[in-house]
Design a protein around this ligand. Sequence first.
Ligand code: AKB
Length: 338
Amino acid sequence: MRKSTTLITGANGEMGRGLITLLHEKKYNNIIAMDLNALDNSISAYCYEEIIGNILDADLIDQLHSEYEFDSIYHLAALLSTQAEFSPRSAHDVNVGGTLNLLNLALEQGRSQGKPVKFFFPSSIAVYGLKNRAEKQAAGIISEDRFLGPVTMYGCNKLYCEHLGTYYSQHYQRLGAEEHHCYIDFRSIRFPGIISSKTVPTGGTSDYIPEMLHAAARGEAYKCFVREDAQIPFMTMPDAVCAIQDIIVAPMKNLNQTVYNIRAFAPTAEEFRQKIIEAFPQARIDYDVNEKRQNMVDSWPADTDDSAARSDWNWNPQHDLKTGMKEYLIPGVKKIYS
Ligand code: AKB
């Protein structure tokens, strides 16, 4: 009997490190961590195996299928929104082609085990598309079924992969002889901007908030690339990885949808800047707006409605802006830069 394991792609990324740390704290000892790069020392000891490789390598994916039995797959590997705008074709290859490879792996695993493999897919508020600032302001708090017209390659990728996951888990090969509807248990969260005190994101557009915080803690000047009134929803990384675990362990019977919004707070850039200055009075944070990146932020919602997640699987963030700063973000960045 092969050991039942948990596969995490993008394992060395911000979310991957946070999730591996959480699963280690919950005594998981079966993590197969896959990434293009070697794992950071902070998490390598928490993993059963480390796979350095590319999710586009079909031979490697086949080898994973033959060597391991996966009870769950957390597919976190992706190119984020800013990277994706510089390299749309590469973003499609990684974000869509890579996800297709992992869904096929999950399907083959479910077929050989005779039971569904849980598949977590991180989607994003980038799937929403507001035409301009006026529409964004009028739209207010957006639920999962509205304004689904992404205007970034990353948002297009994420929305299509949400549909791919539903197809693979509920409709795969509708004309085939075999019923495939029980091999993948697909579950997805549309994440807002995420702020970690331990790592600084790369390649995202919501990065202005974590970049501002970490620059202040390093004593470095920061030029914010969005306007003072730029507003999208955010959450802290601990809340993000706890949400992943909460949705994965939720009983299927409680889930009325496969894709959920979650968020914790939605400050403007200036509101967050003021919070940083309270903690770092010497912080030098100015605005140098990049209109193209600002337009991407203006196409994303000011805030999202997470009531479905709260009612279906008890989503409940531990950090609002005040407690997130006081209990996690400020102490965390002071510790790593002290
Ligand atoms: C990005 O900025 O690309 C991501 C996101 C909002 O999904 N952090």
